[in-house]
Design a protein around this ligand. Structure first.
Ligand SMILES: CC/C=C\C/C=C\CCCC/C=C/C(=O)SCCNC(=O)CCNC(=O)[C@H](O)C(C)(C)COP(=O)(O)OP(=O)(O)OC[C@H]1O[C@@H](n2cnc3c(N)ncnc32)[C@H](O)[C@@H]1OP(=O)(O)O
Length: 299
């Protein structure tokens, strides 16, 4: 048992290659850590079921769960807490808002801000990805609504994806549609999920796939009626957890560690690249025009 406990603790550290730091500027203090093991801060809600060892993490940033610096920071802190919790073996990631899993990166974080802000934001995006893609737990995305760009990235980081069966909900990496470019580790994550050919086409076209199309080529693993997404995720989790932890935890990094290491080796260069790209006037104009289109859609 002691050996298993060591494996459980040491594998994430190896996989994440020392990436435990989080940006300190917006660290929200834990409001509470109650006996029933629910904890929450502003943007992330965690419900931990001690009898199953499964935590449900809900993103809570209405109206569309934009991945702001605050949400990303709280996400990484929450995930880190669960990762070191002996009792937690599985994580179900979902949205507290109906109809949207996550609208991806909060575009307002990438518009009209300082270079320092862009760098802090991008570091938080990297941190989220390193922790979720490199997690030692079983991770299941319960995709209860649309999931563009960064939302799709989060879902793809998980071991298994269950999506609400509705053509109204779409998922994909649509960055080129905004006039921006998905970085290499977004591309790596998609290649890992659906292979090179589909990734090449999807990324160039910035394609969003309605849920039934996403199922066809494996961007999601299972479609279920909207009101069954959570219960199906719990059932899938039970199945994944029936595999002995130590064997699964040694297997997962065989595939994922080289992908994680690629970013770890060039984190600073990737931040510099992002800051210089996003600061360009032409890119700022594209993002602003896209935000205007989103707002006009309503009128
Ligand atoms: C060489 C390369 C090197 C380095 C890298 C360089 C570049 C950068 C890479 C960056 C990677 C980027 C990743 C991203 O995630 S970008 C974000 C992409 N997201 C989207 O395109 C989603 C846009 N939103 C939608 O499609 C819809 O909102 C959605 C999610 C389907 C929900 O639809 P609906 O319920 O109808 O809601 P509304 O559209 O009415 O939106 C409500 C409200 O929210 C605002 N909003 C929506 N999405 C975002 C967002 N991502 N960020 C900020 N704000 C958003 C929307 O404008 C509305 O606002 P309002 O004030 O009008 O209420």
């Amino acid at each position: 048992m002691a050996a298993l406990a060591v494996l459980r603790r040491s594998a994430p550290a190896r996989l994440l290659s020392g990436t435990l730091c989080v940006h300190s500027r917006v660290l929200a203090p834990w409001r509470q850590y109650q006996s029933n093991r629910h904890f929450s801060n502003d943007k992330i809600l965690v419900e931990m079921d001690e009898s199953t060892g499964v935590a449900v993490m809900k993103m809570k940033n209405p109206p569309v769960n934009g991945l702001s610096l605050e949400l990303l920071t709280e996400f990484s802190i929450s995930l880190e807490k669960l990762e070191i919790d002996r009792g937690c073996r599985g994580l179900i990631l979902t949205s507290a808002s109906p109809k949207v899993f996550s609208a991806g990166l909060d575009i307002t974080e990438m518009c009209g801000k300082s270079a320092e802000h862009y760098a802090a934001f991008w570091k938080a995006v990297q941190e989220m990805w390193l922790k979720l893609f490199g997690s030692n737990m079983v991770t299941i995305a319960a995709i209860n609504g649309s999931s563009p760009a960064g939302g799709c990235l989060m879902a793809m980081c998980c071991d298994y994806r269950i999506m609400a069966d509705s053509p109204k909900y779409a998922i994909g990496l649509n960055e080129t549609q905004l006039g921006i470019v998905a970085p290499f580790w977004f591309k790596d994550t998609m290649t890992h999920t659906v292979g090179s050919r589909v990734t090449e086409q999807s990324l160039q076209l910035g394609q969003m796939y309605p849920a039934p199309a996403a199922l066809k080529f494996g961007l999601v693993d299972q479609l279920v009626p909207e009101d069954k997404v959570q219960i199906t995720a719990a059932a899938a989790m039970a199945q994944w957890l029936s595999v002995p932890d130590h064997a699964r935890q040694i297997t997962k990094p065989m595939i994922r560690k080289p992908i994680v290491d690629r970013l770890v080796k060039q984190r600073e260069a990737d931040i510099d690249n992002f800051v210089s790209f996003i600061s360009k006037e032409s890119i700022q104009k594209s993002l602003q025009a896209y935000m205007d289109r989103l707002k006009q859609k309503k009128q």
